[in-house]
Each structure stands twice: as C-alpha cells, then as structure tokens.
Design a binder for this molecule. Structure first.
Ligand code: GLA
Length: 416
C-alpha cells in the first residue's frame, strides 16, 4: 500500500505512542478521518440550505485494537498531559459534567454514552492511540475526531450501521447533547461523504448526497488555510450560539405573522424575501441582516456548483468572496484577525476569493488561490499579519490543502 509521507509520519507517531504508553495496537487498524472545507453555504446547515464542500488533507489518525476486556483505553499524542483516558463500558461521566470540560476525553466518553443511548451499545473494549494535524477553529477537528471514534469503536464491537446519515446524527448528538456544542451537521456530512476529486453536494429536502466531479481545471486551484493563531472557545461560548438563536427567532416571528416557512432557507423567492424585509426590517434590522446573507448565498448556490463543474475559477472565487463579505457584514460572524487575513489575501493577484471559515469569531480564514500565486500569498501574510496582530506573530500559519477522501481505513500497517 502506497502511503503518503504525511500518513507514514502519522503511523510512526502512533507506533511510538503505543510503545510509550503500553497501549497495545499491534496488528490493529488505523482509521484516518479528514478535515473539511465548506464551499457553501457556510452557516447554512442550521438554516436548512443545501451544502457543498470537500474533504481536506489535515487528518486525525486513530490506531486501535480490541483488547478483550470491557474497558476503553486511549491516549492522544496531541493532549499528552491528559494521560491515558480509561473507562469501563457503561461507566462515563454525566453529559456536560464540569469535571471533564477541559479534557479531550469528553469525546470518547460522549461517543460511548451516545451509542448506548441510541441503542448501539458497545461491548468490546479497545486500546487506542490518536494523533492529528487539524488546526482548531474552522476545519472541523471535533467532528473528525467524533466520527473517527464512532466508526472505530463500532467496528471494534462488530456493529455495522448502514445508514450513513445515522452516523452523522450520532456524531452531532455527541457534540450537542454530551459536549454541549450547538453545531449543525455540515462538518459531519462533509467529512463522512468526502471523496477525492469530488465535491459533496447535500440536499436537505431529499436528504441526499450528489457528487460533483471537480473539473480538471480546478486542479490549478489551491485551498489555502489562513490560520490566525487565535483560539476560539467552543461554539456554545461564541457568537455562533447567538446567531443560531437569532435565526430561530426570525423564523418564529415570521411563522406568527402567517408565513408558511420552517427555516430561513425556505425564503427563496425574491418577492417573498422583499415582502418580509419591507414588513420586518425597521423593527428587526439585525435579524433581517442575517436573512440577507442566507438569501444571497442561496441565490448564488447553483451558480457556484456550475462554476465548480466547469472549472470556471474566476466565478468560483468571486462567489466565495461575495459569501465572505455577507458573512462579515450581514451575518456578522467573522472576527478582526480573520478579516485581517482576508484583507491581506484580497490584495494578492491570483487570490480569487477569501473568507472566514466555519463557526466564526476566531480560528482560520480560507482563500482560493491560483497555484502560481501561493508564494506571493505567503509573503504577503508574513509581511502584514504579524504587524497587525503582534500577539499572534509566532502562532499564525498559511497551509495549503488538497481535496481528499473523508474516511480511510488502513489494515496491516501495525504488524501482526
Ligand atoms: C461549525 C459548525 C457547523 C456549521 C459551521 C458553519 O463548523 O459545527 O455545523 O454550522 O460552523 O458553517
């Protein structure tokens, strides 16, 4: 099996971790789960829009083997200070317990808890080691970890769940109900279904996935992650939660006024949209601003899909940039460091579009860049970003990503 240098390094790291901790994964499997890049509609998932995105090559690798006991033992190379997380099946802390708020162990606890609650009780313990290179804030590190744990622990117990959307729901439930993060399903969908060379188009009305082959001219395009070096607290502590509540409030107001809608995505028709703005904008300018972004992004959605199919890089970039301006000015979910990155990127010839990524406030922005302009982008960021935000001068980074499969399993890499 051909391994990339990145995979090989991760495998070496897992083997080293298992030696250091005494966790036995010899002869076990490695499951690799990707990060994701949302191409549209950012913040559309909990508003009911269609979604489009790709898997990106920052990953979480989990090496595991059933251990013949009823105990789960895991160690993360990213959080070594948390030590070995060890617990008996059926014996995990209560959801959202303050005692576990700061340990990454809340993810495996939450997976065990949620699977049991949802009737997929695990009965086989494992030894496992984890390592990842997904930066926090914008690339769905938590969804990648949660999916990886669910798939790996189910596999160790020999439990198969055919319905992939059930897996998505379980992963969301771990974060919503156990961890306390109010995330939607965008991250899980874009990771679980991601395929190399394809964009994943999700349609919530038919709950279906449609793969869009990315034109070969899209191969000249690079995805740049502009990591600001800032750390965003959980979504529950950020503007994300407020925006969700605002969108729900507007839906509620509209329903009370007799509009037959169940989410903001239901407002697709221009006449309806203008009628609503006419009626509500004076009294609820902020709520109407949120709707403006969602409405605009939906209007651009099919044009964006066509541009990706055709490899029309200029349109791909322009739409991405327009979405970013809507997220900044109407949805107001960006942050100063994220916008500094966008402002810098926008000045570089060959950068086609840029915007904040994911949950918002902090973390990473992203840019769509012509391959030959990557160096110029890096130089521009190096010259300008540390000057604007000296506190993050040693923490920011520009990373270039490829589009990849969301889930891969390697068997036979860990000896007998
Ligand atoms: C976070 C959430 C997702 C989604 C994005 C914004 O990543 O976890 O559910 O709402 O923000 O698009």
């Amino acid at each position: 099996m051909e391994l990339t240098a990145q995979d090989q390094q991760a495998v070496d790291k897992l083997v080293q971790l298992s030696h250091d901790t005494g966790l036995n994964i010899d002869g076990g499997k490695i499951r690799r789960t990707s990060s994701r890049f949302c191409l549209g509609v950012e913040h559309g998932d909990y508003n009911g829009t269609e979604l489009f995105g790709v898997g990106t090559d920052r990953f979480i690798w989990l090496g595991y083997k059933p251990n013949g006991t009823k105990r789960i033992k895991l160690f993360s190379g990213n959080f070594p200070d948390d030590g070995v997380i060890e617990f008996g099946l059926g014996d995990v802390p209560e959801p959202k317990a303050t005692s576990i708020a700061k340990t990454w162990g809340r993810f495996p606890y939450g997976v065990e808890y949620t699977l049991r609650r949802e009737g997929c009780k695990l009965y086989e313990g494992v030894d496992a080691v984890v390592y990842g290179d997904i930066p926090g804030g914008g690339m769905s590190r938590s969804a990648s970890l949660t999916l990886n744990l669910i798939l790996s622990l189910l596999d160790a117990s020999g439990i198969e769940i055919e319905d992939q959307f059930k897996i998505v729901e379980l992963a969301q439930a771990v974060e919503n109900d156990y961890i306390g993060s109010p995330c939607g399903q965008l991250d899980q969908i874009m990771i679980l279904f991601a395929r190399e060379g394809m964009g994943t188009h999700y349609n919530p009305s038919s709950r279906s996935i449609n793969y869009v082959p990315l034109s070969t001219s899209a191969a000249d395009l690079r995805i740049a992650i502009l990591d600001t070096g800032t750390v965003r607290p959980g979504l529950e502590k950020s503007t994300y939660k407020i925006r969700r509540a605002e969108c729900e409030k507007l839906v509620c107001l509209l329903q009370k006024a007799g509009y037959d809608i169940s989410c903001l995505a239901d407002i697709k028709d221009k006449t309806l949209y203008e009628k609503i703005l006419g009626q509500f904008e004076n009294q609820y300018p902020d709520l109407c601003s949120r709707l403006k972004y969602i409405f605009g992004a939906q209007q651009r959605f099919y044009e964006m899909l066509e541009a990706w199919k055709a490899g029309d890089l200029e349109s791909i970039g322009r739409i991405f940039r327009t979405d970013g301006i809507g997220l900044r000015d109407d949805y107001k979910i960006s942050g100063p460091e994220l916008e500094t990155m966008c402002d810098i990127a926008r000045t570089v010839p060959g950068v086609l579009g840029e915007r904040m990524l994911g949950g918002g406030d902090k973390g990473a922005a992203g840019a769509l860049v012509r391959a030959e302009s990557i160096e110029a982008l890096k130089q521009a960021v190096d010259a300008a970003y540390p000057r604007s935000h000296p506190n993050y001068r040693n923490k920011y980074a520009v990373r270039i990503c490829n589009m990849v499969d969301g889930v891969k399993v390697y068997d036979g890499l860990l000896g007998k």
